[in-house]
Design a protein around this ligand. Structure first.
Ligand SMILES: [Zn+2]
Length: 247
């Protein structure tokens, strides 16, 4: 009780010294780890109607279970994809603040939105696996944003979390600015399930966690590696996705 009291006092002092700011625009807000109303309205949360496979929003409600033309023409190797928000303006700023600015205070907020968007996927998953960085990039950056998001989701939903099961064995260059075909080539064979961790994956339903879904090249390559190691199913949960995937 004493410690709890001290924690509360510590918290009030911290609030006096560092009044909470909006993680989107740095203006003062009343409550820690909350967006200001302007930023809140700048995020586009993805809601149904959307493609049941790719989670891409539809302009019209065509009824539950309807698939996008893209999902029919090019079925992805993973089962379903869900993302919390569309990747534009503020969503993009939040992702880069997390990735390059070590703004870890964003993690619970973003993970909470992902949990909500991925409700059905989480309910059916056995284990959460983040898309890994290559160890050299991890050393440089010290922080894998997808792993931090996955760790918080797994913790709050009491799910198994296997951050070391999947490894990025090929140092790939950034996907930014590459065409769809180049992206696929760039990440081909980039992932492998470590032999010693095969038990985390074999026969299990895996929920793969990434920060942004663009063409799907990265998560498709990671999905193939997980399936080669015996995953019975792979779904994908991202924080943000571009309006329409192109893979
Ligand atoms: Zn703001």
């Amino acid at each position: 009780m004493l410690r709890e009291g001290a924690g509360r006092i510590g918290g009030s002092i911290a609030r006096l010294l560092f009044p909470p700011v909006c993680p989107g625009c740095q203006t003062a807000v009343g409550q820690a780890d909350a967006l200001c109303p302007a930023c809140w309205s700048g995020l586009r949360f993805i809601e149904r109607p959307y493609c049941e496979v790719l989670g891409s929003p539809f302009a019209y409600d065509l009824g539950r279970g309807f698939l996008s033309a893209e999902a029919i023409a090019n079925p992805p190797p993973f089962g379903r994809l869900r993302a919390a928000v569309l990747y534009e303006d503020l969503a993009a700023r939040l992702v880069s603040a997390l990735k390059y600015g070590d703004r870890t205070s964003l993690v619970p907020l973003m993970a909470g939105w992902m949990s909500r968007a991925g409700e059905e996927l989480i309910a059916e998953a056995d284990v959460l696996v983040p898309v890994p960085l290559h160890h050299r990039r991890l050393l440089r950056r010290r922080f894998n944003q997808s792993a931090e998001l996955a760790r918080v989701i797994a913790g709050t939903r009491r799910l198994a979390y296997a951050p070391l099961a999947l490894a990025r064995v090929k140092p790939t260059r950034s996907q930014v600015g590459l065409r769809a075909e180049e992206r696929r080539e760039n990440v081909r064979g980039a992932f492998r399930v470590k032999e010693a961790r095969r038990g985390d994956i074999e026969g299990r339903r895996v929920l793969l966690v990434d920060d942004v879904f663009t063409t799907g090249a990265t998560v498709s390559s990671a999905t193939r590696a997980l399936k080669r190691a015996g995953a019975s199913r792979v779904d994908v949960l991202a924080f943000a996705r571009v309006a329409a995937g192109t893979e």
